[in-house]
Design a protein around this ligand. Structure first.
Ligand code: PEP
Ligand code: MN
Length: 263
């Protein structure tokens, strides 16, 4: 069902007026984790000021260590919804359990399924049964074929509004947190009719590589770029090393716009 052979036209997903997959790159910015209303609202204000429509923030954080901050859970989703309503932004948040999909419907505009859950088939099926767009991330060590099949799990249950997100894969290379598989973008665009985004934060794990990889993503035809922004990354409860502060975010977005418009 996700195959380009089944449907020649691109799937375009309308998120509060932002058309993801319409040929113009969309941008998803926001903190790694929802930490407080004030923290998310500060980011939303900056995102809104740029004329952007999409805001991310993790409420359920799938952390490598059980002793690291696990997220605010439902309280985090509530904060995200409040901020999204206040600034008229579509909000995106990861759901890690099939049991939470129904609850999430009341709070988020897009359900994110994270890399660690790309083959959590119960979660994929649950997300496939609801009428809510899904942002599906590529697994840590998933082939493109496995990634496409994960999307098929969702669509086979009836939900066709899926955004694919390349977020780097595990390789022997340690200079970056993961290896951004940039060629996955045109392959996914050829093989499927779904929008394809690139998460430059989790693929590189390096603040200094966010801009060049975002440029590469757009140049190669990605439908969007995701990157993390935090009011004060030094005190962030997760991904402190790669989130942008507002100054870097301004420069980042200015450079991206320059590339896209030529001015
Ligand atoms: C995230 O986007 O918050 C995240 C945890 O990313 P990933 O699932 O790609 O590691
Ligand atoms: Mn993060």
């Amino acid at each position: 069902l996700v195959s380009r052979q089944k449907k020649a036209e691109n799937t375009v997903i309308d998120l509060k007026g932002e058309l993801v997959g319409n040929g113009i790159p969309s941008f998803v910015f926001g903190p790694c984790a929802v930490e407080s209303y004030e923290q998310v609202a500060q980011v939303a204000e900056v995102v809104k000021a740029k004329g952007l429509k999409l805001l991310r923030g993790g409420a359920y954080k799938p952390r490598t260590s059980p002793y690291d901050f696990q997220g605010l859970g439902l309280e985090g989703l509530k904060i995200l919804k409040q901020v999204g309503d206040k600034y008229d932004l579509a909000v995106i948040s990861e759901i890690v359990s099939a049991n939470d999909i129904e609850t999430a419907l009341d709070y988020v505009d897009v359900i994110q399924i994270g890399a660690r859950n790309m083959q959590n088939f119960d979660l994929l099926k649950a997300a496939g049964k609801v009428n809510k767009p899904v942002l599906l991330k590529r697994g840590l060590a998933a082939t493109i074929d496995e990634f496409i099949h994960a999307a098929e799990y969702i669509m086979s249950q009836g939900n066709g509004n899926i955004i694919l997100c390349e977020r780097g894969i595990r390789t022997y290379e340690r200079a970056t947190r993961n290896t951004l598989d940039i060629s996955a973008v045109p392959i996914l665009k050829q093989e499927t009719h779904l929008p394809v985004m690139v998460d430059v934060t989790h693929s590189t794990g390096r603040r200094d590589l966010l801009l060049p990889t975002a440029k590469a993503a757009i140049a190669i035809g990605a439908d969007g770029v995701m990157a993390e922004v935090h009011p004060d990354p030094a005190v962030a409860l997760s991904d402190s090393a790669q989130q942008m502060d507002f100054k870097q975010f301004d420069e980042f977005y200015k450079e991206i716009q320059k590339m896209m418009t030529g001015v």
